[in-house]
Design a protein around this ligand. Structure first.
Ligand SMILES: Nc1nc2c(ncn2[C@@H]2O[C@H](COP(=O)(O)OP(=O)(O)O)[C@@H](O)[C@H]2O)c(=O)[nH]1
Ligand SMILES: [Mg+2]
Length: 207
């Protein structure tokens, strides 16, 4: 049997202040939601392990995610964004569905990450879907679709409050990260795999 692949990835959540980035991370990592509003002022890195299925492989890969929470303070963003985004291999772009301008802002946010990394896979989270009894909802969906298409990304309606699709957006991103890594390096995450065994020769002594 092939050994299980073990990979690590740094991902970040980007988007305007108060769209729900910290809440989504908290929900994903600890499966809880808090209504307290706490402006994030420092870097917070949360870790979580995911099982990611790989087509045609029996064992799912073990993906260890380091989730970097991006600060909301504009003055820090400018200063630290290169450090945040360096080495990122996946992006979750978060918008607040009750504020359509936060969706437009994601073009700029994702572009900023692209300037530091090389086009990491993106998943878009249209968050606070629990608040939607909004007649403009379908309009927002059309915008989400356009945004997602321009980044070749998938998107989901999420709610950090109810938990809707939270696990799924991280799982989708994890699947893209692993798929991309395995395509680039078929032996990734398995140290001994792909190393040819030495040819058996007559002169070799029996072990
Ligand atoms: N109703 C609702 N409120 C949310 C949701 N996600 C976050 N919030 C609230 O939105 C505010 C900002 O959330 P936060 O996670 O701090 O946003 P961040 O600035 O992007 O990290 C807080 O008051 C959260 O409780 C959601 O899915 N639904
Ligand atoms: Mg935050």
């Amino acid at each position: 049997m092939e050994p299980r692949r073990h990979l690590k990835a740094k991902i970040c959540l980007v988007g305007e202040a108060a769209v729900g980035k910290t809440s989504l991370i908290r929900r994903f990592v600890q499966s809880q939601f808090s209504d307290d509003y706490l402006t994030t002022i420092g870097v917070k890195v949360s870790k979580k392990r995911l099982d990611v299925a790989i087509p045609e492989e029996v064992e799912p890969a073990l993906l260890e995610l380091a989730v970097w929470d991006v600060m909301g303070q504009p003055q820090f963003r400018e200063l630290l964004q290169e450090a945040y985004f360096a080495g990122v291999s996946g992006i979750i772009g978060v918008a607040d569905l009750s504020r359509p301008d936060t969706l437009q802002a994601l073009y700029e946010w994702i572009d900023r990450v692209d300037r530091v990394t090389s086009q990491a896979p993106v998943v878009i989270a249209g968050n606070k879907s629990d608040l939607l009894q909004n007649p403009h909802f379908t309009e927002v969906e059309v915008e989400m679709e356009a945004l997602a298409r321009s980044f070749r990304a998938e998107w989901r309606l999420t709610s950090a409050k109810t938990g809707r699709n939270v696990e799924q957006v991280f799982q989708l991103l994890g699947a893209h990260i692993v798929d991309r890594a395995v395509k680039a390096r078929p032996s990734i995450g398995i140290a001994a795999r792909g190393v040819p065994k030495p040819p058996a020769t007559e002169t070799r002594p029996a072990p």
